[in-house]
Structure formats: C-alpha cells, structure tokens
Design a protein around this ligand. Sequence first.
Ligand code: AMP
Length: 882
Amino acid sequence: GGKLFLQSHGYWEVVQRTLNGSQFYTYSVCNVGEREQDNWLRTTFIQRRPAASRVFVELQFIVRDCNSFGDSSVTCKETFNLFTSESDADVGTTFRKGQFKKVATIAPDEITSKNELHINTETRVVENLSRKGFYLAFQDIGACVALLSARVYYKTCPATVKSLASFPETVAGGENQALREVSGVCMDNAISEELPRIYCTVDGEWVVPVGQCQCKSGYEEVKDACQECQAGFFKAAASGDKCEPCPANTQKLNSGALVCPCMDGFYRAPTDPPTGPCSGLPSAPRDLVATTTQLSTGKLLLSWQPPEDTGGRSDITYSIECQRCEGVVCQSCGEKIRYEPASTGLTDTKVSVSELDAHLNYTFTVEAHSGVSLFASQITSMRLVERTSTSLSLSWDVFPRPRVQSRPIRYELTYRKKVRRIYEADITVLAMLQERAHATSKFISCAAVGGAAMLFIVVMVLFLRRRKRNSHTRQGPEDTYFSSSEQLKPLKTYVDPHTYEDPNTAVLKFATEIHPSHITKQKVIGAGEFGEVYRGILKVPGRKEVAVAIKTLKPGYSEKQRQDFLSEASIMGQFSHQNIIRLEGVVTKFKHAMIVTEYMENGALDRYLRDHDGEFASFQLVGMLRGIAAGMKYLSDMSYVHRDLAARNILVNNTLECKVSDFGLSRVLEDDPEGTYTTSGGKIPIRWTAPEAIAYRKFTSASDVWSFGIVMWEVMAFGERPYWDMSNHEVMKAINEAFRLPAPMDCPSAVYQLMLQCWLQDRSKRPRFGDIVNLLDKLLRSPDSLKTIADFDPRVSIRLPSTSGSDGSPFRSVSEWLESIKMSQYSENFTCAGVVTMDQVLQMKNEDIKNIGVRLPGHLKRIAYSILGLKDQTSTLSVFAV
Ligand code: AMP
C-alpha cells in the first residue's frame, strides 16, 4: 500500500478529472498525433521488505479509443508499458532509461470511447526482487492514457495456529521459491515428535501442515489450545484424545490428572492397566462346611460358597489354612496333612483333606483372593528401627483397612539372602531370555517380509539370467565389454525447451508446422487449461488422412501462456515411442495456435476403466500397465521426469493401447484438478506423488516410479480413487506412518508386490522402469503367475461403507447400498427378483447373485464381497497395514 509520488519525464502531466461525480487526479498523456513517442513516468523509491521478493502492481487506468482521433489514428497506440528498476538506495531525481527492465505491456480490457468511460484494472507481478527497493516506471509510446492509481503490495500467509502449532506471519515466496517452508512451535502444554512444519504458497495460503502437536498428558485440546483435564477426568499420555472420566473406584483428583489413583481400599493388580478401574478385595467365602466321608480314613471334604462381593473381579482363588489344637494350644498343621487338589490357588469351591489324625481338633480357614489381594496387602513403607549383627527390628504403617475384613490382620515377612553370585546368575538368565525373544521376533518379521520380496527376487534373477544368455548368443567376443545392448546405441536425452532463449525456436526445432487448412475440427472432446480439445482430421497433401486430437489456445492469451502451451509440443516432439502420445505437428504461424496429436479413441484411462468396471481380466489390465511402463522407461532413459503420472494422464486407443500424455512445463500440473498447491511452480497431486517429491520437491524417475505404483493400483481397481475419500493430509500422514494402499480386489499377488516395491520409502530401493517392464513381461508370458491373488479385505479395499452408509447409519434400502458400491445398474435386477430389503440381501448366496442376472465376474465379486462386509458388523477399519 502507500501513496506513490510520481515523476514525469516527457509529456505525462497531472490532470484533474471528474469521474462518476468525484474529483480525481490522474497522470495523463495524449500525444496521439506525433510519431515516436517515448514518455516516461517514474515512481519514487519503493522500499522493499526483505522477504518480499515478489510484488504485485495493480494499476487503474483509462485508454482512449484510437478511432476517436480521426487522422491521428495511424500513429495512435492503445497500450503502454510497465518497467521496473531495482536499487539499493534512493537515487533522487536521477533517471536513466537503460536501468529499467520491461515487466509487461499493459492493454485495456475495455477502451474508452467518446461516449463511454471505462476504468481498467490490471495486476502484474514483479518477480525475483533482491535489492533494498525498486522503482516502477510507465512508458507511453503514443497512446491516450490516464493513470488513476498504482497499488503495490505483496502477499503473506497470516500468523496461524494449525494442529496445535503456531506459525508466524510469513511473506509468500516467488517463482524461485514457490513454497516457503515454515517451522512452527507447539502451543503451551502441547508436544510433538517431529518439528511441526507448514508451507506458505506464493498466493499467501498455508498448505500441508506436517508433524502435528498434541496435548501432553493431563491436557486436552479445546479450541486450538491445550486445557487441563477437568476435575474427575484424566489423560495418561500425549495424544489427540480427549480426557476421560476417572474409572470406577478411583479418586477424582483436581484438574490436570494424568491417572486417577485408586480410592482407599481399592487396588489395581500389576497386570491391570493404570488407566483402568480399581477393585476392592473380595469378601469372605460363605457357608464353609466339612463333610466327613469316612473319618476312620482321616479324610474330609471341605466346601463353601463364593464370597458375596467379588470386588468386581473374576480372578477369585481360594486358599486353605489349617490349625491343630490340643486343648488351648494351637499350632499350624504344617505339612502333615494332604490337600487335594491343593491348598492354595484353588478356583473350585471345594477341597479334600486327608491324613488327619482322628484324635485332634482341626480348624480350617478358607480365604478368598483376587488379582489385587497381594498388591493390596503389600506393605510399602517399611522402616529399619534397629539392627545388630544378628538381628533387625522393623516397623511399618498399618494399612487402611480394606472394605470387608472380618478377621484380624496378619502380616507375613519374607526375606532373601542377597548373594552377589546368584544375583549375577539371575541377571544372565534374564538377559538370555530377552535375547531369545528378540531373536524370535526378528526371525518372524524377516520371514514375513522375505516371503513378499522372495517372489520378486526369484523372478528378477531368472530374467537376468535369461538376458545374459541371450546377449551372449548375440554378441561376439569383441563386444564383451558391453553388458547390455543399451550401451551400444547413443542415448538420446530430452532437451528442456526452457534452455532455448526463444521458446519459439524450440517449437520449430522439435515440431512440424502444419497449415491450418489441412486440419478439420469435428467435435469438442475435452477441455484443457488453455482451451478446448477437439477431435478432427488431418489431411496433409500426399499423405493419408489421419484422425487427430487438436488442442487449441483460447483467445486472450498472454505471450507467456502461448509459450507454455506450445512447450508441450516442444517436449512431445522429442519423443518417439509406441506408448507415448505422438505429436503430428503444430500451428504456430497463425493467430490460433494448435497442437495436433494422434487421436486416442477411448480417451483418458481412469474414466475408461470406471466406465468398464469389472470387464477386463487381470492379464488385460497387466498388459495396459506393461505399455505404460514401457513408455515411462523410454522417458526415464531420456532423463525426462514426468511429475504427473496418473491414470487420468494416460490415453487409451481403440486397441486398448495405453500412451503417456500430458507433457509441458508449468502447465502439466497447473491444469490438473488433482494439483494441490496453487503456486507458479506448479501444483502437486499429493496422492500420486512420492514423499520426497512432496517434502522437498525431489522429482526424479524414482518419484515417477512411485506414481506408476499408484497408476498400477488405479488400473487394478478399475479407476478407483487412490485412498478413496481420505484428505490429502490424511494420505500424507498415513504414508509417513508406513501405511500403504491395500491390494485391490482380485489383484494378482505378484502385481501387488510390485506396487509395494514402487512405494518403498527409500527411493534408491524402488525398481526402475526397466525392471518393471521386464517383470510385467515375465508375468504376461506365464499366465499362471497371475493366478495367486493378493489378500483382500473387502472392508478396507472397496471402502464399501460396508456396515453402514456414508453417514455411519445402516443402509436404508437396497438401492442406497448398490449406489454405495457403484453397482446401481443392477437395482432393477434386485427388485425384479423380489429382493427389496437389506435383510434379504444378507441372505443371498453367490449363486443367487448370479441368478438374478449379475454375470460379469468383477461385478459378481464386488457384490458378494460387499455382502460379506455387511455381515461382519464388527469391522470399522479405516486404515490398512503394509
Ligand atoms: P489435456 O489438456 O491433455 O489434459 O486434455 C484434456 C482432455 O482431452 C483429456 O482428458 C482427454 O479426454 C482429451 N484428449 C486429450 N488428448 C487427446 C487425444 N490425443 N485423444 C483423445 N482425447 C484426448
């Protein structure tokens, strides 16, 4: 913002005008009758905030129609030019034209005629500013212009709080730094494992927060801040969860509790979770009776009833104690008598006692215990009162009395000799056990991963061997230096059209110019960012007529847009491969620029597969993938990185051949609706892009391989959207946490294994396109290799809201259910067969589904799997494991 004071060099002058009833000062010039006008108007020095390398200039102006000047219209112009010059200091009134660089030609959208006045507003961007400030200048070359205002501004991402991390206000970057990475700070009482980060786009938008903060234990999230748990609630660990009410029999502490300790007289067993409820001690067993079967044999059966109050636990056990009394002298029975099955740890409410002495009096006591008994009675506060060389005197506090305790409390003291040698031996045993446990788990995990990788390795080895054999037969001894045929032919490398100073030269070099009269447009078949795409005919004299697709550039384009548009042709023109869309030529020498390519009858692959869901067998799908992989191998061999490989950018012809399309520079991602960042550097289609490419824009053939893995999944799933309705952020988080897409339904195991290889975090470990082509070829040659189907979980893989509709409620009708699994076309079949309620659907067997007219195997399976999922009411899986 701010006011600009302008200086004139030439005929610009301040003119007061009345516009729409208000008074305005304008800078005006109107020398339309004279030749070779060169009138300059310069602003004062505009200081720049250091981070603002990209500023916007918004101009309001009026341009008079040249036709209104009669004879003068010959020399009259209707545009003027915007210039800029950077400087580290204010140079005062010194003005040197040579120091200014042209930013843009400014043309009005609407011309002002005698009768009608039009105020135009145009905004231009000045990029890559680096010095302390700059000047703007307006050059008039013979127009009749009035400048009303010039507003200079830059964009910022405002200070914000996202996922409990606060991020400072950040100046948006420019072309050279399209995404500014900004580190955040967790809010008070929140913590995070990794530094929270976010990106500020050129447009001043925050996107893709990474690494979120979570409220620490004792705190929960309330409106972008962490608040202590309320009294009576607790939270044990840092997480996104809410505080939970204290469980049964625990003390309701003040706010901010990490755990709720047990109420007096209640306990947790060591195996109980510290966040779970506490339980009391069981009350005494009831109705103890002794039955003498045959006293002469000294045998007695004791039985009793379980305690009235189990303290809320089910792990009740009993123990028996026996005292032998002679007169008033009682003593423990010791080991003289036998208990069957045992005297402690009884789960049954009876025990038989034998080898009793018929002349003595016995007193039996039965005690009930539970998991908390031992813990409850453990004395924790023991003090040494006195000690001599042969004695110790100890004291302890009397424990608060448990709830039900009818007997006097007895204490038991155990002691152990501490012998160093034994102690050490103990430790060794422990360590050995740990080592073993470790080794076992390691072995198991290796076996699981190894099993997956095994198939892959075996196949590769076979292939490499065969290839070696072949090359040996073909090559003579003199070329044994060359291990592969590729090294014999010089590698062609892709040339970035940007390396040409004039992009038009690049187009001419790589593309054939076509005369527009040889092109016939027939029908609009699509829309690109630059204009319509037509189907048409190309008839070059002396050559056969061919069906073509014609991409057009819509009117009103800028020079930059024209160059971007044609850059696609400059790139495509360098390629020549069966699986890359072929460029027929371009029209550049006429007003309406066009790009003409071969025509692909079946259009984009994602749409095509969705329209033919379930109609192809695995080997046909793998055949398509093989073609795409071959095209990508060709591109990667030429060192071309696609960056937007996705089924929507693959085209299919009438023989089901798949070809890679959508080339170009900035435009590739600009016009992709999946693109996420609105930056001048291009957007990123998150769910197709490798993590390193998202994280630090490391786009390589290895990141293309990742995208190819996603395309494999799209193809095997008949055009299903990768990661379904998960948000981009959820996708990034899942990938970060090593989750990967599950196998699509009916996907051959070998194909799914290959996908997983494409999605390895470490990009150097991913297969290369050459490897992929070879493996797919191999699979296609031996159809049996496609017979083993990867494990498939209907609940996660089709994201059938299998137990319920999208809002979580059960399906209300058969048609609602069919719609959710995209099988609406069978609605009528169900109705006609009298299947009108979901209960009836649940009764259906595979045979029934076939009988009502679902014939395609893919559809049959989809419906059957969905019913399977519907039956499994317990499942609410939302993520999937590797
Ligand atoms: P694009 O701007 O390249 O993404 O093209 C837009 C749409 O036009 C595509 O999604 C296709 O449906 C269609 N299209 C583009 N090129 C061709 C072609 N060579 N043959 C058939 N359809 C095409």
